[in-house]
Design a protein around this ligand. Structure first.
Ligand code: SAH
Length: 373
């Protein structure tokens, strides 16, 4: 919901200031119509129904992966495409050692901060589509609200079984800004959205902003007042030459400077930085590169590595073999660097990391994508 439009509309109608809060609280709980907002006067509900659309986004397409991951393709009012993903973890499964090993029935959102992305990382599908623009805070929140409504209607909150104490459905309680875009290039709107996520049930300590290493944004996150939001750094290469090849942004913000910024963030926030490292077969997965990576990540208490199996895109890269990933991980751990292998979700619907590219090509890739492990 366009919260600015809501405020302006309510003000125009001479409504008291608390009305906006009432509407928001209903939305945050997963309301799917004004009719449900029973503490609002009926005439006002009818009025809002006509003047403030429930979402600033239009749902264009949805896809459900075999592992329960759900992707939604939206467009904004000015026809910019964007995607968001809900990952449903059933819990209890024995996955390979991973920080991402889900607690029972966790639900995690992957949100977009921009339509497209101005950065051109060579392995990422989003980077190959045209950059649109920054998303507003409301457009970011509307991605979350879409899935909140979906989950609320699926579990019929008012159903007798639930009120009689049946096991409640899992809540959406994690969020990562790992969809389209570079969140630190749209930090004001991302932070404004983060301020409201707790109302939906997602706390700052369960919210992660992922960056290519945009230093001014990292420093702002270190220095800002307010609760700590988790930081993830997309590193992907242990030296400047290779990193610049994979991620042109490295020319502007080289590795050593980015890692210094991460150390400043760690010193201010006392949390580990999650280092994301995409495993590209024969490119960045050699033993020597694991050793070089380990040497970069000092102090050990400041970093934790997440090795990411590569998901197929239109790029020419291939994913590392399972053995190569395991060997890389062992080499890091032997040097005292905590490292885990990320679970891959939603691969069969192009919803996995780096596969979020709206428009032409997305469907074609779905047909050729490797099955999820
Ligand atoms: N721009 C931010 C936010 C996007 S996050 C950032 O880069 O961190 C998307 C994550 O998925 C990043 O870690 C990115 O490097 C990773 N990724 C991109 N393409 C991928 C692919 N094809 N397979 C797996 N991960 C990929």
């Amino acid at each position: 919901m366009d919260l600015d439009l809501l405020q302006a509309t309510l003000a125009q109608r001479g409504q008291p200031a608390f009305r906006a809060r009432q509407v928001w609280e209903w939305m945050a709980r997963g309301a799917s119509s004004y009719a449900q907002m029973t503490n609002l006067p009926e005439a006002l509900r009818d009025d809002l129904e006509r003047s403030v659309p429930l979402s600033s986004l239009t749902l264009e397409r949805e896809a459900l992966a075999s592992d329960g991951t759900e992707k939604a393709l939206f467009h904004t009012a000015d026809a910019r495409p964007l995607e968001a993903v809900l990952m449903r973890y059933r819990g209890g499964a024995k996955h390979s050692a991973s920080v991402q090993t889900p607690s029972r029935g966790r639900r995690s959102l992957c949100l977009s901060s921009q339509s497209g992305c101005p950065l051109t990382c060579s392995f990422c599908a989003t980077g190959s589509m045209a950059f649109g623009r920054n998303l507003t805070a409301s457009e970011i929140l509307d991605q979350a609200l879409h899935f909140k409504r979906r989950e609320s209607s699926a579990r019929h909150p008012a159903s007798p079984s639930e009120s009689q104490g049946a096991v409640p459905a899992p809540r959406i309680d994690h969020c990562v800004f790992m969809g389209m875009g570079e969140p630190l290039l749209n930090l004001d709107n991302v932070l404004a959205a983060c301020e409201r996520l707790p109302d939906i049930g997602i706390h700052p300590s369960s919210t992660t902003v992922s960056t290519v290493g945009w230093i001014p944004g990292i420093d702002r996150l270190a220095e800002r007042d307010g609760p700590t939001i988790r930081l993830a750094l997309s590193l992907h290469a242990p030296d400047d030459a290779l990193r610049s090849e994979l991620m042109p942004v490295n020319e502007r913000y080289p590795l050593a400077d980015v890692l210094d910024a991460c150390r400043r963030w760690h010193a201010a926030r006392r949390r580990r930085v999650y280092v994301e490292y995409l495993m590209l077969g024969g490119v960045n997965d050699h033993y020597e590169q694991a050793i070089a990576l380990a040497a970069l990540l000092a102090p050990r208490t400041a970093f934790k590595v997440n090795l990411i199996p590569y998901n197929p895109t239109d790029s020419s890269f291939e994913g590392s073999s399972r053995d190569a990933i395991d060997a890389f991980r062992s080499a890091l751990e032997e040097r005292g660097v905590p490292a885990t292998v990320r679970l891959t979700r939603g691969r069969d619907i192009d919803a996995a990391c780096g596969q979020l590219a709206a428009g032409a090509g997305a469907g074609a890739r779905a047909a050729s994508a490797a099955p999820a492990r």
